[in-house]
Design a protein around this ligand. Structure first.
Ligand code: NOJ
Length: 744
């Protein structure tokens, strides 16, 4: 098999990798070892010595925040030809949902409920990134997020551990291929370990308190799945976890990750996180921070400069053993050896443009966007629209925003090139009259971190209230002149993502007001949402006949939206997160525990006296242009022993008139046992395509790995002898029921 970049070198066995690593390690001074544990920033917004100088003296093992093939090669040349050890650098960047060809954001890809979607997407992303000279991506992001206010919900697979684990493994396979060092692939990084999505109030970086049971049963499974899929690296999270910051948390990094799961790769901190152990009031000073992070199992310091400042002295003074340093260096060198960097450290500067020109990349991005979209409402079968329509208005500032279409993480010099929704509709209906009005601009109240660090020199000045009013009236007038209106509303890309948490989940700015004014015109209105988190579109859910959740759909997003609106594609995505009616209902998720008051009793309902906290749209929900019936649920046995496996089957039939996709979902509930268990837990799903009238039998297995859990009362993994409910259906409110009993 060929090595990356076609050097023809053979694939090394584990023993060969280890032997090579030992030879390299034996030739390194302590200061060069510490260099390997140091990642430096390649951009200007990081203070400190110039990366060239650090690399020349062997002070860096990896570079991040650089996105320039020629510069990669220039720095690599310094590392290989001028530094004392000649060890090549690993170039890393956040390639989260595409490098040049942008795919839907990860939350959207999870909405496909089809792991082949993120797997293919990340394979394309890896190929482009590798061609650009990158070796390592800071993804996949595997944080479970049950609080839609948390901005980074956009980067993960939503609220569920089972769906999250499937998407995690798929992304690792996509980025890395079948092994580390596979051609045209990059090293993946499972982040942010662990619990980051559960910050108090959904406020980014705030402390997290999660009991061990919740960590193990809900927050860990995607990370464990990534280890099982062979992920090469992990990133520690920023925040404080149960009073021990994740970047200094020995239990997480040594006991669980390496001890229990057998992870053999290396762990990088999140950016500046080692130094931040001081800010967090955990480490006394930076020396103590370096000591505690390395001792806890954190191998590489991302840009905080704490390791290079203190590790050598810590070893020299006897505080840290050189064996600990050596172990960390070994893990990093092994990745470099496997990636073939010693054979081929340089990037081919002409390759990227060839690779991105591949039409298959665009096709894959369009398919991924189509499969990610969720039809939330379709009263009177308004959708799909007739392609013969002559006069259509498209309204909303997001409708023609390339950056909103591509979504989060398009920083570090990326130039958005997405097909917008307006462009997609125009391309679909070349002969129709399509008028467009953006309406008022929408803005964050406080600027985004990225807008501050990397300001866009072409960003127009904010609208004045008077200008916004004019834009509002123009939008209403434009809608008035059309036979049908497509409103494209939601959030700009910088409104979700890192440091982009919100207190409200409402449509920001005057968007809902505009929506109401347009609906009041009495025309048919279709609402297309572009957003990176659940939005509480409670008014729209009752008053707008058709709603399509398009998320942040990527480069081909506008085409994919048009494909869905005009019926070339039948939507089949399902929500990977609960949509709350209000931001103040967050965190809201389906897998909660029962209370002492029976579900549905008068005393139980409503939980708040000022509004129903039931979901606006439940987890797993999504409509289609056809209808499905799920029936005949059956279990292979009504009783089995602990440790045995049973089979659940159900029939799904397309009862409508067009072909379509249904995601058949299996939920369980353990009625009683060592601990209380969630009222429902997803344990299986399958997305099937059915022709009209076609029936398929879907099969799920329920064995010990699905039925066991970490018991708080027993402090151990248990599989209880217990009675279980099963529901099979098309969302988390499924009613088709069966039951079984597990006996000891
Ligand atoms: C901070 C973010 O939390 C992390 O996700 C990212 O990978 C690093 N910065 C590097 O950009």
């Amino acid at each position: 098999m060929e090595n990356p970049n076609g050097t023809g070198a053979k694939v090394l066995t584990n023993a060969e990798v280890e032997a090579r690593v030992e030879v390299i390690l034996a030739g390194l001074s302590l200061s060069e070892k510490v260099g390997q544990l140091t990642q430096v920033g390649g951009t200007t917004f990081i203070e400190g010595p110039k990366p060239e100088d650090v690399i020349r003296r062997g002070g860096a093992g990896s570079v991040l925040w650089l996105n320039d093939t020629q510069k990669f090669n220039a720095l690599q040349r310094i590392a290989v030809e001028e530094s004392p050890s000649g060890i090549p650098l690993l170039f890393a960047l956040d390639v989260i949902h595409g490098y040049r060809t942008i795919f839907p954001v990860p939350l959207a890809m999870a909405a496909s409920w089809d792991p082949t979607v993120p797997e293919r997407a990340q394979a394309v992303a890896a190929k482009e990134a590798r061609a650009a000279g990158l070796h390592w991506t800071f993804g996949p992001m595997l944080d479970i997020a049950r609080d839609a206010r948390w901005g980074r919900i956009v980067e993960g697979a939503g609220e569920d551990p089972h769906l999250g684990a499937a998407m995690a493994a798929a992304q690792v396979r996509g980025f890395q291929g079948d092994r580390l060092g596979a051609p045209d692939r990059v090293v993946a990084c499972a982040k942010h370990f662990a619990g980051y999505g559960a910050s108090d109030g959904g406020r980014d970086y705030d402390p997290v308190y999660l009991p061990e049971g919740l960590l193990r049963n809900v927050y860990f499974p995607p990370f464990h799945a990534a280890v099982e899929a062979g992920v090469g690296t992990f990133m520690s999270a920023y925040m404080d976890l149960n009073d021990v910051p994740a970047s200094g948390n020995r239990w997480l990094l040594r006991d669980v990750l390496r001890g229990e799961w057998g992870f053999k790769g290396f762990v990088v901190s999140d950016a500046l996180a080692v130094g931040n152990l001081v800010t967090q009031g955990f480490a006394r000073d930076r020396r103590d921070a370096a000591f505690r992070a390395l001792s806890a199992g954190l191998d590489m310091d991302m840009a905080s400069n704490t390791y290079p400042e203190h590790l050598e002295e810590l070893v020299d003074s006897g505080a840290l053993s050189v064996e600990l340093i050596d172990d960390a260096v070994r893990a990093i060198l092994a990745v470099k050896v496997r990636m073939g960097l010693f054979e081929q450290p340089y990037a081919d500067e002409g390759l990227l443009e060839q690779v991105v020109a591949s039409p298959e990349h665009r096709t894959a991005a369009r398919l991924a966007a189509q499969r990610s979209m969720v039809l939330l409402r379709n009263e009177g079968a308004l959708l799909p629209l007739d392609k013969g329509i002559k006069n259509l208005a498209v309204i909303g500032t997001l409708a023609n925003s390339k950056s909103a279409t591509e979504g989060s993480w398009m920083v570090f010099g990326h130039i958005p090139a997405a097909v917008t929704v307006l462009e997609g509709i125009r391309a679909k209906l070349p002969d129709a009259t399509i008028t467009y009005a953006p309406g008022p601009e929408i803005e964050r109240e406080f600027p985004s971190m990225f807008d501050i660090l990397m300001p866009d020199p072409n960003k127009p000045a904010p609208q004045t209230p008077e200008q916004a009013e004019v834009a509002f009236q123009q939008a209403v007038d434009t809608a008035r002149g059309a036979d049908l209106v497509v409103m494209v509303l939601g959030e700009h890309a910088n409104m979700s993502g890192e440091a982009a948490s919100r207190a409200s989940l409402d449509l920001p700015g005057r968007q809902e007001e505009l929506l109401k004014a347009v609906v009041a015109l009495g025309k048919p209105v279709v609402l297309v949402l572009l957003n990176g988190r659940p939005l509480s579109i409670t008014w729209a859910a009752e008053n707008v006949p058709a709603i399509v959740e398009a998320w942040e759909p990527g480069t081909e997003g506008g085409h994919a939206v048009a494909d869905i609106l005009f019926g070339d594609v039948n939507p089949g995505g399902k929500l990977p997160v609960t949509f709350p009616r209000k931001g103040s209902h967050a965190p809201l998720y389906y897998a909660r525990n029962l209370t002492h008051s029976p579900e549905g009793s008068r005393a139980y309902n409503p939980r708040y006296w000022d509004g129903l906290p039931t979901p606006l749209y439940p987890f797993g929900f999504g409509l289609s242009y056809t209808t499905f019936e799920i029936a005949n649920v059956s279990v292979s046995t009504a009783r089995m022993k602990v440790g045995e496996t049973l089979t659940v089957t159900a029939d799904v039939t397309n009862t409508g008139r067009v072909a379509g996709d249904e995601v058949v979902q299996l939920y369980i509930h353990q009625r009683a046992g060592s601990d209380t268990r969630p009222m429902r837990e997803l344990k299986g799903f399958e997305r099937v395509t059915l022709q009209p009238g076609e029936t398929r039998t879907v099969t799920f297995q329920l064995g010990p790995s699905a039925l066991r859990y970490w018991s708080t009362s027993r402090g151990a993994w248990v599989q209880d002898a217990a009675e279980f409910d099963i529901w099979v259906g098309s969302d988390s409110l499924a009613t088709l029921h069966a039951e079984f009993r597990v006996e000891s």
